[in-house]
Write a protein that binds this ligand. Structure first.
Ligand code: P6P
Length: 335
């Protein structure tokens, strides 16, 4: 009797997107073409991540990026890989990377270039040298159709998260997992290293509505807003029913666990980062899109993250996301 894996269909990302888009006749194959480019890039990136110690891609380059962070060799490899894999997909007009000060214009946004891909090529890269899971995060917007050529690329990119047409992440963990949404649920794939393809394993992921887990760097407790301090104090009391703390310090990994197990992830305003540390366009927005599509919630401790109007490419935002009831509980302490 063949086991289930021998009878279950093998569905790759491109096939899955095409199936999903059939339900929406107005959708074109464009998104599947972009997502297949991202799948290719992340397959290449994971091959370096898995060999970091021997492929001479560990350690720092010796420069700092626009964020003022020390650039890791693997950051550069990941960034260049995505630029090369997506740069020649004729529908991509603009690319925005955490690693680059300015957008990369690939095709004129007022011409053939229909889409903008915004990404953090390798989030959590400071964890590379100690073999902690890291990840890639991406967001897709349409170029605006109301801007003259003279406006250049940046105004096309400064759109609120509700305008995203696709978003996702890849976590390079004990296995390489890709999750994406185009607004019709969250679907998850695992890279099968035996033949190098991402294979569907779960459709329409739902974030548990409850979760006795919080994920925050409590080293900054004293500079958190008082509502956050009050919530964290309550979570430690018997009346809360008992919470666990999990904090990996790698956003994609902390988010992935919260998506699957429930609970809440927070990066509140701190004295060091009064506007929060995480970036709006290519970290908070894509993960918030995923969280909401999975039935969770995501705020900046005041409003839906997806409704925040970006004022610059590398704008930061405070971030509170996770199980809807847990996010509401934290917001209750804030108010
Ligand atoms: P802290 C990694 O550097 C990162 O950008 C995210 O992946 C992670 O969630 C956060 O910073 C950790 O920041 O201040 O807790 O070390």
């Amino acid at each position: 009797m063949p086991n289930e894996s021998m009878t279950k269909p093998i569905v790759t990302i491109v096939q899955h997107i095409r199936e999903k888009q059939r339900a929406f006749p107005t959708a074109t194959g464009d998104l599947s073409w972009i997502l297949s480019g991202i799948a290719l890039a992340t397959r290449i990136i994971q091959s370096y991540v898995r060999r970091a110690g021997i492929a001479d891609v560990l350690g720092e380059v010796g420069t700092t990026n626009v964020q003022g962070e020390l650039v890791q060799k693997l950051d550069i490899v990941a960034n260049e890989t995505i630029l090369r894999c997506l740069g020649y997909r004729d529908i991509v007009g603009i690319m925005v990377s955490e690693e680059d000060d300015e957008p990369t214009i690939v095709k004129s946004p007022t011409g053939q270039g229909k889409y903008i891909v915004l990404f953090d090529p390798l989030d959590g890269s400071s964890n590379i040298d100690v073999n902690v899971s890291i990840g890639t995060i991406f967001s897709v917007l349409r170029c605006r159709d109301d801007l003259p050529e003279s406006e250049g690329a940046t105004p096309h990119c400064l759109q609120p998260g509700v305008k995203q047409v696709a978003a996702g992440y890849v976590v390079y963990g004990s296995s390489t997992v890709l999750a994406y949404t185009t607004g019709n649920g969250v679907h998850m794939f695992t890279l099968d290293p035996s033949f190098g393809a991402f294979v569907l394993h779960t459709e329409n992921i739902r974030m548990p509505d409850q979760g006795k887990m919080y994920s925050v760097n409590e080293a900054y407790l004293d500079s958190f807003p008082s509502g956050v301090q009050d919530y964290l104090a309550w979570a430690k009391t018997p009346e809360s029913g008992g919470y666990g703390l999990r904090y990996i310090g790698s956003l994609v990994s902390d988010f992935h666990r919260t998506l699957l197990k429930g609970g809440v992830f927070m990066y509140p305003p701190t004295a060091k980062n009064p506007d929060g540390k995480l970036r709006l366009l290519y970290e908070a927005n894509p993960l918030s899109f995923i969280a909401e599509q999975a039935g969770g919630a995501a705020t900046d401790f005041k409003q839906r993250v997806l409704e925040r109007q970006p004022d610059s490419l590398h704008a930061r935002t405070p971030l509170l996301m996770g199980s809807k009831s847990e996010v509401e509980r934290v917001m209750g302490f804030m108010n």
